[in-house]
Design a protein around this ligand. Structure first.
Ligand SMILES: Cc1cc2nc3c(=O)[nH]c(=O)nc-3n(C[C@H](O)[C@H](O)[C@H](O)COP(=O)(O)O)c2cc1C
Length: 345
């Protein structure tokens, strides 16, 4: 059989996706990144084989996050997710972080040209993008494997950040006490309380941003030491009812600190990329994370952590890791709300 006849017999291959289809796919995944108070402080502009990720400063927490550090961490998490989505299609992303000094809101420019086979690691991570949820409460009293913790540390280093697992009981108790101190201070600050209330919609709200009542427990789950969560319900009894099957003894989980060596916007973006890699990697092993940024929003407590608990690395988040039956759900704005195609790209 000659080549032409053989080709005629082969089933027709589907056309490769267009740049626009790839872009829509990537952005639809990227929006599932975690963000502070689910502010989703990002927007995307696209043209040809390139996507630009911008920070949406209108969604920055003006009281809690005056410098935009948490906003950039959130955008970093979206950037990691966008890169991973491209990999899931076999494309090799080429990324420039903060490419334009004249425009600090341009977080990254991602383009794609070459292709490479998708690895199992990438496939597994990608499979968790929509499954992963922030946990708010206690964990099952089950130890985590040292192999996983090592993988999480190595993963953070790949993105230019450090994950410090707090193994010393005294330091762990100190970290818990710092979070409690921060949480008390935040609850006494009316401006901060009002800001949190704005990002905590009531049950049944049609909003597609903010922290929904389906994502936190109605009754705080205490642990020893206790790492108090944010007061999203603000005393109104909102939240998920307790699971009747929850075991009596519940644990705080493995505590960690995500830090970077410097404290510039590029470090914040790196921290966000590392965060999403950590969360997705943990999720592939059925491990969830609770995030605490309360003490990092108060300069004096952030400095205390830096001096005493993180070897002078700049701390960005406290994480607790553990296994749990995940019932929380979250929301996102539709990708079309955050994506613009620009012919002059
Ligand atoms: C920089 C940053 C800070 C965060 N701080 C907290 C926090 O202090 N408490 C909390 O419960 N969740 C925190 N989160 C998690 C977000 O609330 C969560 O990602 C968002 O509500 C979306 O939900 P999901 O992660 O389940 O998709 C933080 C996330 C980021 C990226």
């Amino acid at each position: 059989m000659d080549a032409a006849a053989a080709a005629a017999e082969r089933p027709a291959r589907p056309d490769p996706p267009t740049a626009e289809e790839i872009t829509r796919y990537v952005v639809a995944e990227a929006v599932w990144a975690p963000s502070v108070h689910n502010t989703q402080p990002w927007c995307f502009s696209a043209g040809g084989q390139q996507i630009r990720l911008y920070a949406d400063a209108g969604r920055r927490l003006t009281v809690a996050d005056p410098d935009g550090r948490e906003m950039m961490i959130s955008c970093g998490a979206a950037l990691f997710t966008a890169r991973l989505a491209l990999r899931s299609l076999g494309y090799v992303p080429e990324t420039r972080v903060l490419p334009d000094p004249a425009d600090p809101t341009l977080v990254a420019q991602v383009s794609w040209r070459g292709q490479a086979a998708v690895t199992d690691y990438e496939r597994h991570l990608f499979g968790q993008v929509r499954q992963r949820r922030t946990h708010r409460g206690a964990f099952d009293p089950v130890p985590l494997s040292l192999k996983l913790l090592a993988a999480l540390r190595e993963g953070a280093a790949r993105d230019g950040a450090t994950l410090r697992i707090v193994t010393d009981d005294g330091q762990r108790a100190a970290l818990a006490a710092i979070i409690e101190t921060a949480e008390r201070a935040l609850r006494l600050d009316s401006e901060r309380v009002q800001e949190l209330v704005r990002w905590a919609p009531p049950p049944g709200s049609p909003r597609r941003d903010g922290v929904p009542a389906t994502s936190y427990p109605a009754r705080a789950e205490h642990t020893d030491p206790d790492f108090p969560g944010r007061d999203f319900a603000h005393g109104r009894g909102w939240g998920l009812p307790p699971l009747s099957s929850a075991p009596l003894f519940r644990a705080a989980g493995v505590a960690g600190l995500l830090t970077t060596a410097d404290d510039h916007p590029v470090d914040w973006v790196n921290a966000g990329q590392a965060l999403q890699r950590i969360l997705l990697t943990a999720s592939t092993c059925g491990v969830a994370a609770a995030l605490h940024s309360q003490p990092l929003e108060l300069g004096w407590l952030r400095e205390f952590i830096r001096t005493w608990l993180s070897d002078r690395g700049y701390p960005h988040l406290v994480l607790r890791l553990g296994t749990v039956i995940q019932v929380a759900t979250s929301v996102r704005r539709p990708p079309a709300d955050v994506l613009r195609f620009s012919p002059r790209h």
